[in-house]
Design a protein around this ligand. Structure first.
Ligand code: ATP
Ligand code: PH2
Ligand code: MG
Length: 239
């Protein structure tokens, strides 16, 4: 999605959630400085790395994730797909001994599992925003093979492919990487959160709070936008 169009949605989001655009920009500037020092991936680099397939699977952290992972393991040769884990969904893949090719994260999933995935070869798409500037400062330099994203105006090394939550941003990234088909696993949206999304939950699934429900509404809205506006075949395993 071109930034001009994204910016209209972005303005709605920051107003709806009361986010700070300057906070988003400050976090983006910090991530860009870190990536300038540590080195980072360009979109071309990442396209080369995952050029083995134009078929993608995006794993969200919804309640159906584990069942979908087991079904995909059973019925598909996962080597034929670019596997993109959205943040907390990384843990479910690690549990099933699956290594994602890409992790899309704003660094609020299970960081130990995301680090392990990175050690095992996952490329990292790290998202900077106004509410994770501390994590950007303390965690982003721990990762290798990083491409940086922002939800504000792209600067320096950073990209903005469109999208808001880790899951829908993973779809916009997949489109930017040339996906012709994207299978959605664990992309339930709705009103439940899982231990994958909230590692400190005592139970596996519980009702989402209003803040999370609103985020999931945007995630669903942008997922639908891709289905309606991009030349890509989106298959949601929930349907
Ligand atoms: N019911 C669901 N619960 C959680 N995530 C879901 C659900 N359905 C789809 N997803 C997708 O899985 C992605 C990964 O979830 P996760 O909560 O780890 O990341 P997140 O986007 O940073 O959310 P948050 O900011 O609330 O931590 C979400 O971004 C969302 O797009
Ligand atoms: N400012 C801000 N931006 C976000 C936030 C958030 O909590 N605050 N959460 C997101 C979900 O991945 C994406 N973007
Ligand atoms: Mg997250």
């Amino acid at each position: 999605m071109e930034f001009g169009l994204w910016e209209k949605y972005y303005k709605d989001i920051i107003e709806d959630f009361g986010f700070s655009r300057s906070g988003d920009e400050k976090s983006a500037k910090l991530l860009d400085e870190i990536l300038s020092t540590e080195g980072c991936l360009t979109l071309d680099d990442l396209s080369q790395i995952v050029g083995f397939s134009d078929k993608f699977i995006v794993f969200g952290a919804g309640p159906s994730l584990k069942n979908h992972v087991l079904m995909l393991k059973e019925n598909h040769d996962l080597k034929d797909y670019v596997l993109v884990a959205a943040d907390g969904a990384t843990t479910a893949l690690i549990e099933e001994k699956i290594s994602p090719d890409i992790v899309c994260t704003d660094l609020d999933g299970n960081v130990d599992d995301i680090l392990l995935a990175n050690l095992r070869g996952a490329n990292m798409v790290i998202h900077a925003h106004g509410d994770n500037i501390d994590k950007v400062a303390t965690l982003s330099s721990l990762f290798s093979n990083v491409l940086g994203t922002t939800q504000a105006q792209p600067i320096g090394n950073l990209y903005n492919f469109g999208g808001f939550t880790d899951g829908d941003r993973a779809l916009f990234l997949s489109v930017a990487l040339g996906a012709s088909e994207i299978i959605l696993a664990g992309m339930d949206f709705g009103d439940k959160v899982t231990k994958y999304s909230r590692p400190d939950l005592e139970v596996k699934v519980e009702g989402a709070d209003e803040f999370k429900r609103k985020k999931l509404l945007y995630a669903e809205k942008f997922t639908n936008w891709i289905t309606e506006n991009e030349p890509v075949n989106v298959i949601n395993l929930l349907e």
